[in-house]
Write a protein that binds this ligand. Structure first.
Ligand code: SF4
Length: 126
């Protein structure tokens, strides 16, 4: 897999106030992902499912590029799909193939790291 097609990881931290992420050491997780895993890069967004999150995704998702997989660490995958389907459609991307939504709530940092690692390997070793 070429470097430019490596998956991109976005951690949505739910404003930083969500009790579901109280056990998660955000910086430890994001530094693990960007330094240790085969990703293009890893970024943090405070609240992807509201207007500024939508504007961010409109800028961030690469128009019509069907080769990049986006891994989003956040909440319930079904809720993520509902929240992000319009912007994926608008950018000409296939949400079912190009989005891996991970529910990282109520996990320890180590559990979240393992879950993200498995998702990255699923993409890069496919
Ligand atoms: S997408 Fe999920 S984790 Fe992110 S802000 Fe919205 S509800 Fe919270």
């Amino acid at each position: 897999m070429s470097e430019k097609n490596l998956p991109r990881f976005i951690m949505c931290f739910c404003t930083g106030e969500c009790p579901g992420f109280s056990k998660l050491e955000l910086w430890k997780l994001i530094n693990f992902v960007r330094n240790e895993l085969d990703v293009q890069y890893a970024v943090i967004h405070p609240q992807l499912c509201v207007d500024d999150g939508d504007r961010f995704l409109k800028d961030f998702l690469k128009d019509g590029d069907k080769d990049i997989v986006y891994i989003i660490g956040a909440c319930d995958p079904r809720m993520q799909k509902k929240a992000f389907k319009d912007v994926f459609n608008e950018k000409g991307l296939d949400i079912n193939r190009q989005l891996i939504s991970l529910d990282l709530r109520n996990m320890s940092t180590e559990e979240a790291m393992k879950k993200v690692q498995e998702a990255v390997e699923q993409v890069t070793k496919a």
